[in-house]
Write a protein of this length. Sequence first.
Length: 343
Amino acid sequence: MYRIGFACQYRHPDERLSVKELESIEWAFNPRSTTLRWLNSVAREQASAKLHEIVDHNLEAQRQLIDYVAMLPEPLRMLRLSSDLLPFYSHSEVADFYRAPDVQASLERRFAALGAQARAAGVRLSMHPGQYCVLGSDRPEVVDNSVAEFEYHADMIRMMGFGGTFQDFKCNVHIAGRLGAQGVRHVWPRLSETARNCITFENEEKTYGIDACLELADLAPVVLDIHHSWVHEERRIAHDDPRIERILDSWRGVRPTMHYSQPPEHLMELGFSADEPLDMAALLNKVSKRDLYAHSRRMWNRWTNEYARGFLDRFDIMLEAKDKNLAALDFYRNHLACGAVPL
């Protein structure tokens, strides 16, 4: 059974509602945060109370989001959890809050419940640390912070009851930094067993493409991003490209996940059709390559959707679109399912 997923946040389908009404509904499903500057500007007790409030909201929001995904048809039960559940968890100035025994006990209990909830409903979970997780940096302080940030994700994964075996949970990063794949390989022994069991490496649009990720395939799986590949190589990777088999092999028998996004809808205003392939040469006559990095709201280009569907026999697909679950529902309805899908 294939899976189609979305990332981190819920979008409500009733567009007749005002922005304020939509935000009120979506608030219950989506994480909140604060700033380190604010935490340092108030008394310790006030900062601690605010962190308790935010963490409580965020973990309840994830519970409700998993519940929502669990009610969807089985092919739509895949979800990327937010990285922002525990604000500043890896920051030295906030570490004492999270090390407190009562906080640790609460986190262990509540994350364990989230993991059990997802397993019971057959929801495939993942995480994706942000752009500041640069394991291939040539700056030691950046590497130290990046390892701490990845281990923060590993702690959440462990508390949910994952990370004990290879790829029972996917935690994805890009190869980034001046040292690239060799820098990542050098850092590898510093990662915990949980982190090494979960980490995957995704190709990106600018510097480190599929071939760079395959340099690390002996360590961890490669997440194929077909949009990044198209932008980086200026051509679509073929369904039978020999590198696909190498990517599949890197998952060692676990069903792979790939990523799929599209450039923004405003390309239609420039004359590009939703029913035809997006020609890179024609695009670059009208926009810069950087304009293609941004994500669309929905999966508007139907030709590209059919191209992506051609990978579903071998990959689950994580959709990366601004309309989140609504984009996944559209893709499923229009290209995969017969009949309506409940919202």
